[in-house]
Design a protein around this ligand. Structure first.
Ligand SMILES: [Zn+2]
Length: 430
């Protein structure tokens, strides 16, 4: 007897007509034509069932604060940081919790069930850390939230950041963050990378740094992060977020940097939506895209997970909580348009990020947590094209969110009465 049986699903790896059986919150079997009784059955009828979406880079302390205390007029990263600096002293724990939980509702409705959020620890009150630690507990039944101690104003540049970051780790924030390109000098940036990697090694923690989020072709903190990863034996525990300077770097230098990154076992977390918005701001025309070198990294075997970074906050007025928006932007910004490319980008918003976060029991294999999303799309390439409705979002075998299929009614003589966008999937093109 199963608790839930999903019939006729297409899986992200392309297998079709697969049944997925669930017992006690775990996947019991994945194969065609599973025999047995089930308390509940869902007919997936040729539609995609995926493990949940994972966002490995987010700022849950800032989300949904757009317009507080005013809008970002220049639209730049630096005005965003200044604006957040104005808002920060007025933040209350209650307001932070309310915004974060409300955002998690939206995330769940989009099948996004795991988020790594940076927590700004620049304000020594640490009200942000206090609030998000509480949110982590509150949402734990339906969403895995990981927290990074993030010195937004610089680890050395802001006088109280060093002590506040350590304090946040003592409170239970589990990952060491950083922002070397925002320190006063390149040397201070390099020093901060070393100190933060040492701190992570001493405490047995993971590292995830905002790293070289600039258009400066001479920024070198990615190299330093890779080297310190090896030096402190942190292989497999370090991620560099953004890495946008790599877009503008000299190709010869990058041909040396990529193998160093691969050798160090570090992961890369680009954020296509926000980086397309923020980078290239000092250019006239042509304007650089400013997104890091995703296809080259994938070719080198560097793990790549794509993040949202922001949803409606001082840095980014857009965002929907939908990781398929992120993958959709990545297809365009990186010109990764082939079927294989799209499959790789779908992995970058699901399995790759789950691995980078070290999520336990993630996936669609027997024994994994029964966490899944049923989409109104035929396969992963169609999912990225359509960013379709999430018909069912399942956590530990229970449906926690549902959306009706999208269908439009037509009133055109001689034409069909309804249009289902998923019906337009091309034949032999996935
Ligand atoms: Zn960020």
């Amino acid at each position: 007897m199963f608790d839930l049986l999903i019939r006729n699903a297409t899986l992200p790896d392309g297998r079709t007509a697969c049944d997925i059986a669930v017992r006690n919150g775990r996947i019991a079997a994945v194969e065609p034509g599973i025999d047995g009784e089930s308390a509940a059955t869902i007919d997936a009828a040729g539609q995609l069932v995926s493990p949940p979406f994972v966002d490995p880079h987010f700022h849950m302390d800032a989300t949904l604060s757009l317009g507080l205390p005013r809008m970002n007029r220049s639209g730049t990263l630096l005005e965003g940081i200044a604006l957040w600096g104005e808002l920060r002293p007025t933040l209350t724990k209650e307001a932070l919790i309310e915004r974060a939980i409300r955002y998690c509702d939206l995330a769940v409705s989009k099948g996004l069930l795991a988020v790594r959020s940076h927590v700004d620890v620049s304000d020594p009150r640490l009200v942000t850390a206090e609030a998000l630690l509480e949110v982590r507990e509150l949402v734990a039944p339906y969403l895995d939230l990981q927290l990074v101690a993030f010195p937004q104003d610089g680890y050395y540049r802001a006088p109280e950041a060093e002590a506040a970051l350590t304090c946040a780790l003592d409170m239970g924030v589990e990952i060491v963050g950083g922002i070397p390109h925002f320190e006063r000098t390149m040397a201070d940036g390099a020093r901060s990378v070393e100190a933060l990697c040492r701190l992570a090694a001493d405490r047995g923690l993971m590292v995830d740094m905002h790293c070289d989020e600039t258009d400066d072709p001479l920024s070198r903190h990615v190299e330093t992060l890779a080297a310190q990863t090896v030096r402190f034996g942190l292989q497999g525990r370090v991620a560099g977020s953004h890495l946008t300077s790599m877009h503008s770097m000299d190709n010869y230098y990058v041909s040396k940097l990529l193998p160093l990154m691969a050798e160090s076992g570090m992961a890369a977390i680009p954020n296509p939506l926000i980086n397309m918005m923020l980078q290239g701001r000092h250019d006239t025309y042509p304007k650089r895209r400013g997104l890091t070198r995703i296809p080259q990294m994938m070719e080198m075997g560097i793990p790549v997970g794509l993040g949202q970074d922001c949803v409606m906050d001082p840095w980014y007025s857009m965002g929907t909580g939908d990781l398929l928006d992120v993958a959709h932007m990545a297809v365009h910004a990186t010109q990764m348009g082939s079927i294989e490319d799209k499959r790789a980008l779908f992995d970058a918003v699901t399995v790759n990020s789950a691995r980078i976060m070290g999520l336990d029991g993630y996936g669609l294999e027997p024994g994994c947590h029964a966490d899944m999303v049923l989409l109104q799309a035929r396969d992963v390439t169609e999912a990225i094209r359509l960013r379709p409705n999430r018909l069912k979002v399942i956590r530990r075998g229970k449906v926690i969110a549902e959306t009706a299929p999208e269908r439009s009614r037509l009133s055109l003589d001689g034409r069909p009465e309804t249009v289902d966008p998923a019906d337009y999937a091309p034949v032999n093109a996935s």
